[in-house]
Design a protein around this ligand. Structure first.
Ligand SMILES: Cc1ncc(COP(=O)(O)O)c(C=O)c1O
Length: 391
């Protein structure tokens, strides 16, 4: 058996069609998109065509698409760009307890700078509490940022409802309004995404999560939303991301968006069947394990578990020896293994959160891959449990 890659939520292989689309822009079409000569014009056309393609896929206007360097940069630009633009209007900022660190740590930084930040709680399935949002909105708020789907446990968040709540709250207000940002990085590949339907002002994405290149991100910025740049220099990307555009990566991003969007439904159905086979198999074959996240409203490609009496990292290392790549929710910070903030927010006790393992499936995942995991995993867990001293 070749290696089995089940960490698509971390990143995906670049699709051959994407490599092909990018190829000329590394070599013969190498121009700087800001240059006035024919080399520059050729690059400019490629960037603007990519922008147009992505805008149409997201149901946005062309000038609402900003290319950044990563999803992290898109998140930072959305949050710091808005608070930087309207510092006097920040009564409070609202986010959730289960955001990716690209969002969470940005809010923590703002909190350290003196802003008031409310962190919305989630239920046991990882769904953001909408009542808490409605209550929090009573205090003057500039921004709400809640992810579209959680990348660790796969729970799909009620972003449409959040958009409705904010929209209703904003009605009739003249001198200030609440803005809505969502990090949709984990969401786009298999689920329909329409910025107008979601009623968002700002939305972050990155093509390396669905067959595109790393090193480029996308931020949707609604037409009437004004942001401050985070750094300064040229006029590129409407002055929001100054610096020479990464033309090949931008072209590759657009191709990845196009392919993923065309194949969404088909890939979703295929991957859901495999995910459910994995979940059923793990729960049947292994004692002392539970599924984390929402059983129904979950990302098609994501199965996350908590195994009792094991460390997630030990499981990952053993799986890697068997040729299986997965990931865990824990983060190793300054030599200390901390359980995932997402699992803790969901009320999972730390000792159980330590045993978390995430399998994320993708376009290339096969039934044989899943069956191979189901063959190897029970033994891996059993061996580690035997070696782990009981307290
Ligand atoms: C939901 C979400 N947001 C942000 C990021 C950060 O992405 P990047 O490291 O590519 O900037 C990730 C990556 O795992 C993610 O899953």
């Amino acid at each position: 058996m070749d290696k089995v890659y089940l960490d698509y939520a971390a990143t995906t292989p670049v699709r051959p069609e994407v490599v092909e689309a990018m190829r000329p822009y590394w070599g013969e079409k190498f121009g700087n998109a800001s240059s006035l000569h024919s080399f520059g014009k050729e690059a400019r056309i490629a960037v603007e065509e990519a922008r147009e393609k992505i805008a149409s896929i997201l149901n946005a206007e062309t000038e609402e698409i900003v290319f950044t360097g990563s999803i992290t940069e898109s998140d930072n630009l959305a949050i710091l760009g808005l608070t930087g633009r309207f510092p006097e209007k920040v009564g409070q900022l609202i986010t959730s307890e289960i955001e990716h660190h690209a969002v969470l740590d940005t809010f923590i930084t703002l909190e350290k700078r003196g802003y008031r930040v409310s962190y919305l709680p989630v239920n046991q399935e990882g769904q953001v509490n909408l009542k808490a949002l409605e209550e929090a909105l009573r205090t003057k708020t500039l921004l709400v940022s809640v992810m579209s789907a959680n990348n660790e446990v796969g729970t799909i968040e009620p972003v449409e409802e959040i958009g409705e709540i904010i929209n209703a709250f904003n009605k009739g207000k003249k001198d200030w309004r609440v803005y809505f940002h969502t990090d949709a990085a984990a969401f786009f590949e298999y689920l329909p995404l329409d910025v107008k339907r979601l009623k968002v002002d700002l939305l972050s994405l990155g093509p390396h999560k669905f067959g595109g290149p790393k090193g480029v991100g996308v931020l949707y910025v609604k037409k009437d939303v004004s942001l401050s740049p985070l750094y300064f220099g040229g006029h590129q990307e409407f002055g929001l991301c100054p610096g020479t555009e990464a033309v090949p990566l931008i072209v590759g991003a657009a191709k990845a968006f196009e392919l993923a969007s065309k194949e969404k439904e088909e890939n979703k159905n295929r991957v859901t069947v495999l995910r459910d086979r994995l979940i059923k198999g793990v729960l049947e074959k292994i004692p002392g394990v539970f599924l984390t996240g929402d059983a129904e409203r979950r990302l098609p490609g994501l199965a996350s578990f908590s195994f009792r009496d094991v460390e997630g990292e030990a499981v990952l290392l053993r799986l890697d020896k068997e040729g299986i790549a997965a990931s865990s929710g824990s983060a190793c910070t300054s030599g200390e293994l901390k359980p995932s903030h997402v699992l803790l927010a969901m009320g999972i006790p730390p000792e159980e959160a330590h045993g978390s393992v995430r399998f994320s499936l993708g376009r290339e995942t096969t039934k044989e891959d899943i069956d191979y995991v189901l063959e190897k995993l029970p033994r891996v867990i059993e061996d580690i449990r035997k070696m782990t001293p009981k307290l």
